[in-house]
Design a binder for this molecule. Structure first.
Ligand code: ZN
Length: 259
């Protein structure tokens, strides 16, 4: 059974609680240090995980749609936007299964939910740039398209110390030559495409998301998924189980490309 009504209810309740907490504690740091309760006050705080900067992979094209086909690894990559309760639920499901994912965050989402940048990195995942406003970047004039890339880059830099490990263009699977050039100018040697489209953003139901992904995924695949949709949360546990059954490890995009 692939439908989890309880999970949905829990999500809704979580979202409502999150909204309540935001209104009640506006502007205060919402993250309290986790740590075991008995930890002495003098203990050194856990080091803040720094976001990795973009790097060039000499063997890879300027637009990467998949990794090596001869290794049993895949990258689950997420459009970072929408209800943070859903984003947190997706990340938790990934972590429960030992998976690491790549989150391409929209700048305006980070403006609204700056703590999500840290949440992603704290889970051992990768964080990247998915433009400032998620407009149809391939159709924009050069200066505007560049501002979309650098706007999000600046926010990532401020929040994490890096402009993000990856850049993915908005509203398109493939970047135009101009957008690739602008991404390079902004500091991203590659743009990150994908070869498996989960179509989760069409809300087809979790079972359909799983079918679509498992029907086409194989070693080296980069899968496009989205935060912001309950189907994606519901699809995660069975999808990760199926990947494990096929001995496909879900790793970060950098791991996918690194031997
Ligand atoms: Zn997107």
């Amino acid at each position: 059974m692939l439908c989890y009504p309880d999970r949905r209810s829990a999500l809704r309740a979580g979202a409502a609680a999150a909204v309540g907490a935001l209104t009640a504690a506006c502007g205060t740091g919402s993250r309290t240090p986790a740590g075991p309760p008995a930890e002495p006050a003098s203990a050194t705080p856990a080091p803040v995980r720094a976001a990795a900067a973009p790097r060039r992979f000499p063997d890879q094209p300027d637009e990467i749609a998949h990794g090596p086909r001869d290794r049993p690894r895949v990258a689950l990559t997420f459009h970072g936007n929408g209800d943070p309760a859903i984003a947190r639920a997706v990340l938790s499901e990934a972590e429960r299964a030992g998976a690491r994912v790549t989150v391409l965050a929209i700048g305006s989402w980070l403006d609204a939910h700056p703590d999500m940048a840290r949440r992603v990195l704290d889970g051992g995942h990768e964080l990247g740039n998915h433009t400032q406003r998620h407009l149809a970047i391939n159709d924009m004039p050069e200066a505007e398209a560049y501002a979309e890339i650098t706007g999000c880059a600046q926010r990532l830099k401020r929040l994490t110390g890096s402009i993000g490990t990856w850049f993915r263009p908005s509203q398109t699977q493939y970047a135009t030559p101009l957008v690739k050039e602008l991404a390079r100018r902004a500091g991203y040697p590659h743009v990150l495409s994908y070869d498996v489209d989960s179509l989760d953003f069409t809300s087809p139901g979790a079972a359909a998301v799983i079918r679509t992904v498992t029907g086409t995924i194989h070693g080296g695949s980069v899968v496009s998924l989205h935060f912001g949709y309950a189907d994606t949360v519901d699809a995660m546990p069975p999808l990760l189980e199926e990947l494990a059954r096929r001995k496909l490890r879900a790793v970060t995009t950098t791991e996918l490309l690194t031997s």
